[in-house]
Structures are given as C-alpha cells and as structure tokens.
Design a protein around this ligand. Sequence first.
Ligand SMILES: Cc1cc2nc3c(=O)[nH]c(=O)nc-3n(C[C@H](O)[C@H](O)[C@H](O)COP(=O)(O)O)c2cc1C
Length: 190
Amino acid sequence: MDDGPVVVGISGASGAPIALRVLEGLRAAKCPVTLVASRAGLDVVREETGLDREALSGRADAFPDDNDLGAPIASGSRPSRGMVVVPCSSTTAAKIALGLGDTLLTRAAHVHLKERRKLIVVPRETPMPTTLLRHLTTLSELGAVVLVASPAYYLKPRTIDDVDRYLAGKVLDHLEIPHGFYRGWKAGEP
Ligand SMILES: Cc1cc2nc3c(=O)[nH]c(=O)nc-3n(C[C@H](O)[C@H](O)[C@H](O)COP(=O)(O)O)c2cc1C
C-alpha cells in the first residue's frame, strides 16, 4: 500500500499565507496533497491572498468539497502521511477536540486521531480564550501537535514572508518533509 497524501486543511483563521507556503513545500518535495478548506477558510484565503477556490485547486492533487463526507480522506481505510490544519480556527479546534466531524475537514482530523496518525494544528488567535486553551490542551493530550503561529524572533525575520516560511518549515519538519524554508539557530555551526 502506498503512503497516501498529506492532508492539508485550511480553516477560517488568519494565516492563509502560511498554508500556501506549506502547499508549496509539499509540491517541491513531490509529496501528494489532498486539500480541504472550510467555507470560512476559503473566505479568509481570498481576503489575505486574493486567491479563489479555483486558483487554490492548482496547488493540490485532490481538493474535495468540505461537505463531501464520502471523500477518501473521510475514511481510516485510506492511508495518509499525516494532516495539518493550517491555519486552525478556534471553531475548528473546538470541533476536533470535542469529536464533532460534521465537515470533511473535521472528519479527516478525527480519522487522523483515531488511526493514531500525525495531526498538526496551527492556531492563530490572540489573546487565546480559555475555551481555546482547553481545546488545544485536549488536542495535545490526544496526540496532536499544537504548532502555534508565533514567530521565532531570534532568527531575526525581516518580512512577514520570513515568518510564514519559518512556520511552514516547522510544519514540514513535523511531517518529516525536507525543505529549505528556514535555517535553524546557528545553522552551520557544530
Ligand atoms: C478576516 C478574518 C480573519 C479571521 N481570523 C481568525 C483567527 O485568526 N482565528 C480564529 O479562530 N477565527 C478567525 N476568524 C473567524 C473564523 O473565520 C470564524 O469563526 C469561522 O466561523 C470559522 O469557521 P471554520 O472553523 O469552519 O473555518 C476570522 C474571520 C475573518 C473573516
């Protein structure tokens, strides 16, 4: 059996450029991608990047509708290399933590938890309300990686894109996909 795709979920939090960088890194690594985006996710992608659904579809091998609960990624019988929800809204984090899988994105996240596969969530909300902190704690306890969209100031980013590339690189690190998006602290030194 092949390893299947990496599943990329885009929900309606701010941070769409990070998702675009993740998709770019997966494509550069020739890794198959299934993309799923909530309705709010598509709205925020358009707001922050100007891209519509059609433009996004060229960046993935499959892009099923979020209402399509019959898509392959809705079933644990289909393999995948892991899933990242980037960016992850407070609503989507709550749904995944509480076991609500009424959309393809949230169902696919549940599949990853139940099959004990890699799940990474990238929340972007500040300040974080107690409800979100509780849901993120639950997700972490369930085995998900909570990769907060926060910059590494010690790497001295000069542009927002430097921050996006760092965060996308961290996501790819956790998916064990090689990339050239950022150089770590004191790179080149033993
Ligand atoms: C421009 C814009 C930015 C938003 N940023 C955030 C955010 O950073 N974090 C968040 O949790 N929700 C954010 N929201 C609100 C979510 O989009 C909204 O709660 C939505 O219902 C989430 O739905 P989803 O989880 O199905 O994608 C934002 C909405 C808009 C329009």
